[in-house]
Design a binder for this molecule. Sequence first.
Ligand SMILES: CC(C)(COP(=O)(O)OP(=O)(O)OC[C@H]1O[C@@H](n2cnc3c(N)ncnc32)[C@H](O)[C@@H]1OP(=O)(O)O)[C@@H](O)C(=O)NCCC(=O)NCCS
Length: 222
Amino acid sequence: MDKVLIIGASGHAKVIIETIELNANYQIHGLIDTFKPKGEKLLGYEILGTEDYIQNLVEKGINKGIIAIGDNWTRFLMQERIKKISPDFEFVTVIHPSAIISPSAIIGKGSIILASVTINAHARIGDFCIMNTDANFDHDSDIQDFSSLAPGVTVGGNVSIGTCTAISLGANIIQGITIGKHSIIGAGSLLLNDVGDFKLVYGVPGKEIRTVVKGENYLSKS
Ligand SMILES: CC(C)(COP(=O)(O)OP(=O)(O)OC[C@H]1O[C@@H](n2cnc3c(N)ncnc32)[C@H](O)[C@@H]1OP(=O)(O)O)[C@@H](O)C(=O)NCCC(=O)NCCS
C-alpha cells in the first residue's frame, strides 16, 4: 500500500483521514501542518513538520499526499508552495466509498469526493476540488480547479463553475448557470442567474451583494 501525507490538520483533515481509512487503499504516514506543533497528533497520526519537511520525506519514498485544507485559496497557495519545494510530489484523489460517480465523469488529481456525493454523466471535476458530504453535481456540469461544493449543495445539469469559487452549505444552482472564478455563493442560496467573477451572492433567489477580494475568508466562523 502506498504511503500518503495529509497536508493540513484541521476538522476537514479528520474527515479525509476517516475516508482514507475506510477505503484502505493508502496507508497514512503522517500529517504536515504550517502552524500546529510537530509531534501533536490528530486521530492517532502525528504531525511530522511543516511543508518544508516534505522534500525529506519524498527522498525516503513518501512522495504522495492530499491537501486537507477546506479554504479554496489557502489550498491553492499550499499547492503552489509544495510544487516549489518538492516538484515530484504527487497528489492523490480521495473518494468516499458511498459516493455515486458516473463512469463518464472526470475527476482531477488532489480532489476530494466525500460521503453520499453524486456525480452524474459527463460531469467534470477539476484538480484540488472538494465535493463535500451529500453534494449533488448533475450531468455535463463543470467545476474548475480549487473550487468547492459544501455539504448538501445541489448543482443542476450544464452548470459551469470557475476556479476558486465556493458554493456554501445547502445552496441550489439551477441548470445551465455559469458562475465565475473566486466567487462565493452563500449558504442556503437559490441561484437562478449567472454570476460573474469575484462576486458574493446569497439569498432566495440569489442576489449579488458585493465584490469579493481574492482569497477572502468565507469560513471564518468554522
Ligand atoms: C456567504 C457568507 C460567507 C456570508 O457571511 P458574512 O459575510 O460573514 O455575513 P454576516 O454573517 O456578516 O451577515 C451579514 C448580513 O448578511 C446576511 N447573510 C449572511 N449570509 C447569508 C446567507 N447565506 N443568506 C442570506 N443572508 C445572509 C446576514 O443575515 C446579515 O444580515 P443583517 O445585516 O440584516 O443582519 C456566509 O453566509 C456563508 O455562506 N458561509 C459559508 C458557510 C459554509 O458553506 N461552510 C462550509 C462548511 S464545510
